[in-house]
Design a protein around this ligand. Structure first.
Ligand code: CU
Length: 146
């Protein structure tokens, strides 16, 4: 059981983790991107094998998103699938409500809906993003960036 002091400390930390900075610092850039997910015809080889992949911006893998530490990444996510989807920013130290876990950190983005992901980049590195609604199926159909 948490003491009152532990509870207050925990609450303060939780609020800090779920808040975006109120002011943009002078050395901070806002990196704007748009990711539209939809079904796209794709030729796999020169024999003309055609299938339909689920892709971000009709690309496989999805577009690269670049930012520097401390920048703000802002992604307008448009779902043109016939089912819900979300985006998880794998390995990024993110605020909880932008982590893309359906039913836990956000409502799934329904077909035809737009959702704004916006978070400050806290750690340098190379990461990937991927669908997090029925993850095993949506990633295997193409919803990832490497
Ligand atoms: Cu992941």
């Amino acid at each position: 059981m948490l003491s009152r002091r532990e509870f207050l400390n925990f609450s303060a930390a939780t609020i800090a983790l779920t808040s975006l900075p109120n002011q943009i610092q002078s050395n901070q850039l806002i990196r704007n991107y748009k990711l539209t997910v939809g079904i796209t015809p794709h030729l796999f080889d020169n024999k003309g094998v055609l299938d339909h992949l689920w892709l971000y911006n009709k690309q496989t893998s999805g577009p690269v998103i670049e930012a520097k530490e401390n920048d703000i990444i802002r992604v307008e996510f448009v779902n043109n699938l016939d089912e819900p989807s979300t985006i998880h920013w794998h390995g990024i130290k993110n605020i909880n409500k932008m982590d893309g876990v359906p039913y836990l950190t956000q409502d799934p983005v329904q077909p035809g809906e737009t959702y704004i992901y916006e978070f400050q980049v806290k750690n340098a590195g190379t990461f990937w993003y991927h669908a997090h609604f029925q993850t095993w199926r949506q990633i295997s159909r193409g919803l990832y960036d490497l």
